[in-house]
Design a protein around this ligand. Structure first.
Ligand SMILES: *Cc1c(COP(=O)(O)O)cnc(C)c1O
Length: 459
């Protein structure tokens, strides 16, 4: 068959979408043309019906005009999923965030004094109130927080770290390399599995600037092990007048062990134990926006604030607004757990997850005789480099489509709008219910209904 020209396709698009300028059709028309040509070369194209061509044009045009970065449905059961945007923000923030985004704000203006103010002032007090720290600063992310802290406190000098804590987290953040970029010399002590206090003490010399403790975010060393608790490092540091820094990674403000989960050190505990500088992320266990939070002794935080690097990694106003609003929720722990999605998902009773999975099961059960759905027990994960060994009992729905492999079904669901991301187990596509929002259920049903129409009319 003859493939329509780009111009002909543009003409057709302009009839289908009369409200758009003609120039906007060039790219999608070109893509459809290319798609048809490739199909023809493969021998897959004999004839194309007018309505199928329209469908194709509509699909390509919509894809072309919609944003690339968009909402997806997280059916993986991994709560702080780095690839899926880490922490979803609390719904409570919407009105406030919209206002800050659409209008002017007092970002760097002191309303009391009527003069220039500091962007950090909006969250600093709140952070001090929640954690008991003397001073605080926020930057773009925790990698930035670690970098600027090391650079300020130890440039050209040595930083002592245990060999068991030389972490690499996703996206190429590795302690030895960050150290290098910060201009410090890494002084590794101890062994992979055991580091003693005397290992740190023996390494101290006149060029030692900092004792660093790094939270083993995404791994655990088990068996014959020893690591030095941060309070012992603080005592050692005091004796030699060397500050102690702790990179908490995730950094929780809530003690999860109160709710029956394994102990994860809290920010408040580190401050209370006398750590001089503590850094952590805004979008891991805290459940806020991407940000790096630096807390600790006033004198040191002030030094870090004045580092010229601070300008390069500074936090923007929308992040600041989301961080402030998230932190405000922490004034009431119960409210925080209810309103911050990450906390709610981690602490949700498995029976509640089961109810959600059942609800989804019912919604999906009558879509097509070709779709088989079953309720399954699953294991959810915290993700985001926190509580790596914790298996969270969860539930999900396993899908099988007659005539499709789990991989094919996975691909089709990934191409829905919104895309549905799940996992494959034993040739079933599984949607874990733990990270689903209430309106995700309806969206999943609609996607599968659409898909069933497509699959059943094409065969
Ligand atoms: C996640 C993490 C970081 C980096 O934090 P980002 O906010 O992703 O930049 C640094 N250190 C540790 C130990 C971490 O777990």
């Amino acid at each position: 068959m003859r493939i329509p020209s780009v111009h002909e396709l543009k003409e057709r698009l302009s009839t289908l979408f009369p409200d758009y300028p003609f120039s906007l059709f060039t790219e999608p028309a070109r893509r459809v043309c290319e798609y048809l040509r490739e199909k023809k070369v493969r021998g897959d194209l004999t004839e194309i019906k007018k309505e199928d061509l329209d469908k194709l044009l509509i699909h390509y045009f919509k894809d072309y005009i919609s944003p690339n970065l968009r909402r997806v449905i997280n059916g993986t059961g991994v709560i702080v999923h780095t690839n899926l945007g880490r922490a979803p923000l609390s719904k409570d923030l919407i009105t406030y965030l919209t206002e800050i985004a659409l209008y002017y704000s007092n970002l760097e203006f002191d309303l009391k004094e009527g003069k220039r103010g500091s962007r950090y002032s909006h969250v600093e007090e709140l952070l001090l109130e929640l954690t008991g720290a003397e001073a605080g600063l926020v930057v773009n992310n925790n990698a930035g927080a670690v970098l600027i802290s090391l650079n300020t406190l130890a440039k050209g000098r040595e930083v002592i770290v245990s060999r068991g804590e030389l972490v690499e987290i996703g996206g190429s953040f590795r302690i030895p390399e960050v150290m290098e970029w910060a201009g410090c010399y890494l002084k590794e002590v101890g062994t992979t599995n055991k580091t003693h206090l005397y290992d740190y003490e023996r390494a101290i010399n006149e060029n030692t600037a900092l004792l660093l403790k790094v939270h083993k975010s995404n791994y655990a060393i088990v068996g014959f092990t020893k690591e030095i608790p941060v309070e012992e490092l603080v005592t050692l540091g005091k004796r030699y007048h060397i500050p102690v820094m702790e990179d908490l990674g995730s950094g929780s403000l809530i003690d999860f062990s109160k709710y029956g989960l394994p102990k994860e050190p809290t920010v408040q505990e580190s401050i209370k134990k006398g750590v001089d500088i503590v850094t952590f992320s805004g979008d891991k266990l805290l459940g806020g926006p991407q940000a790096g939070i630096i807390l600790g002794k006033k004198e040191l935080v002030e030094k870090i604030r004045k580092n010229p690097l601070n300008r390069a990694i500074r936090i923007d106003k929308l992040t600041l607004a989301s961080l402030e609003a998230t932190l405000r929720l922490y004034r009431d722990e119960k409210k925080a757990i209810e309103h911050i999605p990450v906390l709610r998902m981690i602490l949700e009773n498995p029976e509640t997850t089961k109810k959600r999975a059942k609800k989804l099961l019912i919604l999906l059960s009558k879509i097509s005789p070709n779709l088989k759905v079953t309720l399954v027990k699953t294991i959810a994960k915290t993700g985001g480099g926190a509580l790596p060994l914790l298996d969270i009992p969860s539930y999900g729905v396993a899908l099988r489509w007659k005539g499709l492999s789990a991989k094919e079904l996975q691909r089709l669901l990934r191409n829905q709008s919104p895309p549905i991301i799940g996992i494959i187990e034993e040739d079933h596509f599984i949607i874990d219910a733990r990270c689903l929002f209430e309106n995700d259920l309806k969206e999943i049903k609609e996607s599968l209904t659409r898909l069933s129409h497509e699959l059943e009319t094409s065969t």
